[in-house]
Each structure stands twice: as structure tokens, then as C-alpha cells.
Design a protein around this ligand. Structure first.
Ligand code: SF4
Ligand code: SF4
Length: 161
């Protein structure tokens, strides 16, 4: 990316410069206890404008529980910064294959998890309409969803680059 990461984050109201690298965020991260997510390191790399932070798969391991943000002694909006970094990562074409697949499903069916035959059958057994009142029941509504996605260039954003 041409612009410096720290500047982009600052412009979004997410200033990381007061981070003192104390590690309280990493130490309190429930996801980091089980994965390679190291919040302190991600913030340091973003602050140092290391573009590699955007291609780091660990960026996607945050569950957005906001524990780190609540505990940061410098009141840094850590989780919000991680979300902004994800947004920038997608813009640069970095996305986990699973997320790309889910995006394709939203474009195809209007749902990240479309209804399958088994669920339809279970609904019927419960006396429900097999297809609920969603875009899956109304093709014209699905077309509207697709038009909206196209209008906001969702398809371009999530396409493999
Ligand atoms: S808790 Fe706050 S000050 Fe400490 S390393 Fe994390 S972001 Fe920086
Ligand atoms: S918001 Fe994300 S990075 Fe922060 S503690 Fe929760 S899982 Fe960890």
C-alpha cells in the first residue's frame, strides 16, 4: 500500500503511537493463548509501517472480544485497529480462503451459510415452512441483494487478485 499504515490508522481515529509495548493486550488475549495471535507484535509492526502485517494470517485469529482494548493502560482502541487492519488487508487482496468462500456464498445465495436439504427436512418435521422468510424464498430479493453488493463493489473486493 502506498500510504503509511500508521497514518491511515491515525486518520481513522486509531492512533497507536502511545503504545508502550507493555504486552498487557497479548497477555490477556484468549485467542492468543491457543493460536499464534500476538496483538502487541501486530501493533508494533503497524506502527513501524511494516506492510507485511496485512498479509499476516494471525490478523484473522482475533475473535473481537475486546478484552485487550478494555485492559490497555494507554486506552488504545486495539480491537478497532485490528478491524481496520483487516479492512485494509482485504483491500490489498489479502483474505483467508475460508472468508473468500463465505463471501462467494453471500453473493450466490444471499447467505453466508445457505439452507441445506437436511435443515429443510428438519424444519418440515417441526411443522415449519421448509424455507424461512429470507432471500432464499424470494428470488427478486436475492437479486436486490446482489445489486447492492455490486453497487458497493463487494464482488471486486472479495475476488481473487
Ligand atoms: S496493552 Fe496497550 S500499551 Fe500495552 S502493548 Fe498492548 S496496545 Fe500497547
Ligand atoms: S479483541 Fe482480539 S486481540 Fe483483543 S483480546 Fe480479544 S481476541 Fe485478543
Amino acid at each position: 500500500m502506498s500510504e503509511k499504515l500508521s497514518k491511515v490508522l491515525k486518520a481513522a481515529g486509531l492512533d497507536l503511537l502511545s503504545c508502550m509495548q507493555c504486552g498487557a493486550c497479548t497477555g490477556s488475549c484468549p485467542s492468543g493463548r491457543h493460536t499464534g495471535l500476538n496483538t502487541r507484535r501486530i501493533l508494533r509492526d503497524a506502527r513501524k509501517n511494516r506492510a507485511s502485517v496485512l498479509s499476516d494470517d494471525a490478523l484473522w485469529l482475533c475473535t473481537t472480544c475486546y478484552t485487550c482494548q478494555e485492559r490497555c493502560p494507554r486506552d488504545i482502541p486495539i480491537t478497532d485497529a485490528l478491524l481496520e487492519l483487516r479492512r485494509l488487508a482485504v483491500k490489498e487482496g489479502f483474505m483467508l480462503p475460508e472468508h473468500r468462500r463465505i463471501s462467494e456464498m453471500v453473493e450466490e445465495c444471499g447467505h453466508a451459510v445457505p439452507l441445506d436439504e437436511e435443515t429443510k427436512q428438519k424444519r418440515e418435521e417441526l411443522g415449519l415452512d421448509p424455507i424461512p422468510e429470507t432471500v432464499q424464498k424470494y428470488p427478486e430479493a436475492l437479486q436486490e441483494v446482489r445489486s447492492l453488493l455490486k453497487a458497493c463493489k463487494f464482488d471486486e473486493l472479495t475476488a481473487e487478485k
